[in-house]
Design a protein around this ligand. Structure first.
Ligand SMILES: NC(=O)c1ccc[n+]([C@@H]2O[C@H](COP(=O)([O-])OP(=O)(O)OC[C@H]3O[C@@H](n4cnc5c(N)ncnc54)[C@H](OP(=O)(O)O)[C@@H]3O)[C@@H](O)[C@H]2O)c1
Length: 287
């Protein structure tokens, strides 16, 4: 299988590159090598590489900045996927597109199922929902995988930010009223490769297993980092409420995804999020 990964230097893009199965012939293009919203560039890349499948890991992911930059968010998150789907529809090839728990408003009392209606709260979520719709309209056989709370443990993600704050502050406040499932990027990448190899299509959810509040996630990061010798000292973690924070974008309070369809399809159950976190903080990515 020949696969082209877009957004290859992002968090998920790097994980896809790092977990590429031996049988896959990979072309990995970072933002500077392929702008997915540039129709001529997308057409030229598909014509040149002729991939069996494109995995779109490119996105505008700055949730708060998106509120003041809707054009940039929609360009990457709606127009880019639309362009990929249109080009693959015309030239042939499958599309795996990655989407987000932020397409939901977080008001549910059950884990979100793939066909629950999207109701995004902010610009980022709305642009991701628009990207899903654009892909489904242009390429009905595309595979769309929603995930949430993605981390690899590097500086820009929640784990990386917590490690820095725990090491440099005496006391930090983390919200107790946002609930989701931390998902290690390598685990998502391996699931994507397996779903792509099976030729899966339609809407699917993937996350690691279990549920946590942001506060519980932060406390686990603290405990696991101390146990792994990653922190010599660690700030204490104070429970706070979302209302105590002044963020530009609203967040879904409950962002747990029902992954049961994906588990049935893959014939496996996801790894408990805490085990995955422990592995990352000990420098392992063994799935
Ligand atoms: N991070 C999360 O918690 C989370 C949660 C749920 C779903 N997701 C979804 O998971 C996917 C991967 O996210 P991630 O965490 O890996 O994001 P990321 O680290 O921000 O990576 C996204 C990559 O896409 C690139 N990009 C932006 N606009 C582009 C364009 N027009 N053409 C080509 N590349 C472009 C970015 O390049 P620049 O840096 O140069 O802009 C960056 O390298 C996204 O679809 C995201 O919506 C993420």
């Amino acid at each position: 299988m020949k696969a082209l990964v877009t957004g290859a230097s992002g968090r998920l893009g790097r994980a896809l590159v790092g977990t590429t199965p031996a049988a896959v012939d990979l072309v990995a293009l970072a933002h500077g090598e392929l702008d997915i919203a540039d129709c001529a560039a997308v057409d030229a890349a598909i014509a040149r590489y002729r991939p069996d499948v494109v995995i779109n890991a490119a996105a505008y992911t700055a949730v708060d900045a998106a509120e003041g930059a809707p054009d940039a968010a929609y360009r990457a998150n709606r127009d880019g996927p639309a362009q990929l789907a249109e080009t693959l529809g015309r030239r042939g090839g499958r599309l795996v597109h990655i989407s987000s728990d932020f397409v939901f408003d977080g008001g549910a009392s059950h884990p979100y199922r793939p066909h629950d209606p999207p109701a995004p709260l902010g610009v980022y979520g709305a642009s991701k929902a628009a990207g899903e719709a654009a892909v489904r309209q242009r390429l009905p056989g595309a595979l769309i995988i929603r995930t949430g709370w993605l981390y690899a443990g590097d500086t820009g993600d929640f784990v990386g930010r917590m490690l820095r704050l725990l090491a440099t502050r005496d006391d930090i406040g983390v919200v107790t009223d946002q609930i989701g499932t931390p998902t290690q990027a390598g685990n998502l990448a391996r699931a994507i490769w397996r779903l792509a190899a099976r030729g899966a299509s339609g809407l699917h959810h993937f996350s690691d297993a279990g549920v946590a509040s942001r506060h519980e996630f932060a406390v686990a990061i603290r405990e696991e980092a101390l146990a792994a010798g990653r922190l010599a000292r660690a700030a204490s973690i104070r429970p706070i409420a979302t209302a105590d924070l002044a963020t530009a974008a609203p967040r879904p309070a409950f962002a747990v995804l029902d992954t049961s369809d994906t588990c049935r399809l893959l014939g496996t159950v996801p790894i408990p999020w805490r085990d995955a976190l422990r592995g990352v903080l000990r420098g392992r990515d063994d799935g």
